[in-house]
Design a protein around this ligand. Sequence first.
Ligand code: FAD
Length: 453
Amino acid sequence: MNLVWFRNDLRLADNPALSAALKTGRPTRAVFVLTPEQHALHGEAPQKFEFIKAHVNNLCQRLAKLGVVLSVRQASVFADVPAVIQACCAEHQVTELYYNEAYWVNEIDRDQKVNTVLSEAGIGVHTFHSEYLLPPGTVRKQDGGMYHVFTPYKNKFIEQLKERHAQPLPVPAYQGQELAAAEPPIDVDFNLPGWVIGEQSVHAQLKDFLADHDYQQERDYPAIDGTSRLSPYLAIGVINARLCLAHALKKEGEQAFHGTWVSELIWRDFYNDLMYEYPRLAKHQTFKQEAPQSWPGDGELLAAWKAGKTGFPIIDAGMRQLTKTGWMHNRVRMLTASFLSKLCLVDWHSGEAHFMANLLDGDLASNNGGWQWSSATGCDAAPYFRIFNPTTQSEKFDPDGRYIREFVPELSELQGKSIHNPDNGQRQQCGYPLPVIDYKAARQQALDWFKSH
Ligand code: FAD
């Protein structure tokens, strides 16, 4: 009997572990291990956990049609997973385990322990790469070191990708095993609007996005639905980046390799590769060892930022979009992160944790990379003196204030430019707070502080 262990790869398409197991012709079962306390330890959004469970239920039904029973088991934390997998193998006389690799330090540690326990029990373990465009560690400088600047990394990455990318594996066909009855669905309490459940709906979303959008033109405008919104599905592997690339190539041919959208997918690989090379990043250590370790920003500023009550409409719209929908537009992630870490001088770790606690796409490497980029502490980060002006950014990227009106409804009646920075009378009338900082003074304070640290 084979066992396919599903983890961050909740899909049938381009799933090499599943395909390889089914190709053997041996009867195949599957398992998913819920680790609720591990999610809490990682500070992940409770709704992300529910989202995972909803996709597991969907996967369970689709696997049953291939003749594969998926069992859901529970372990509180990663340390308990090896015993759970071992018990599952013993229960079903499993001789071979199949899974797709994970690359962060806790996951690697968990997997090594599973491999050891199973090898001692005489069970074969077969692992595969599938969650990133290229396996981390593939793209390195002449001297073998990791690139610290994105553009040369990307150039080398594209060269390698052109050589190595292959057609994604199709959804496996029914292997003639006895049809399995799916186990009863697990309880799910997922209630964020606007997200689909199930791999087929996600593929439809990808196709619609590629068919209908001018990403290059639209991607920076938060009021426009101009990005793919695939990040929550990529984060838990309902779709993988290789499949996204294959669809982009199908639509645009070879030029897709050099397109802006694929470049964003490569950023995802870059941050994962950095975390793979420097496991200390997974422990939230600052990439630049010389970066400031203690930040003067106070708890009141942090509280106002979290609540979406800073008095800067675009910042508040972003923070409220985050808590309301579990997602925030990338341009606004950059603005809100820069606001907290640079203009308020609040330690970026607090922002990183708040994003993780609310994002459906919360991803250790991308979130850490995004925060270190924004706070000028990371690898190839925005320089400390590049400080976004929330008002001019708002005028540029939300010119008619549509995004602000959606998430800060108390300002919805304001006309013209005042939506970006209402005067005191308008604030009072709308019940909207005064700005928590004076932009000009805060900018100068930040420049002085960063320079002296
Ligand atoms: P699209 O624009 O359609 O891009 C396609 C895919 O490429 C995304 O789904 C994502 O997987 C990847 N991608 C796009 N931009 C980036 C980027 N800058 N870095 C890494 N990958 C990228 N992304 C996460 O997936 N999880 C996070 O926890 C996360 N935290 C962030 C924190 C900060 C402070 C910042 C500035 C960015 C963060 N990002 C994170 C990156 C980015 O904001 C989101 O990936 C993007 O907004 C998702 O929307 P989309 O799926 O429509 O992206």
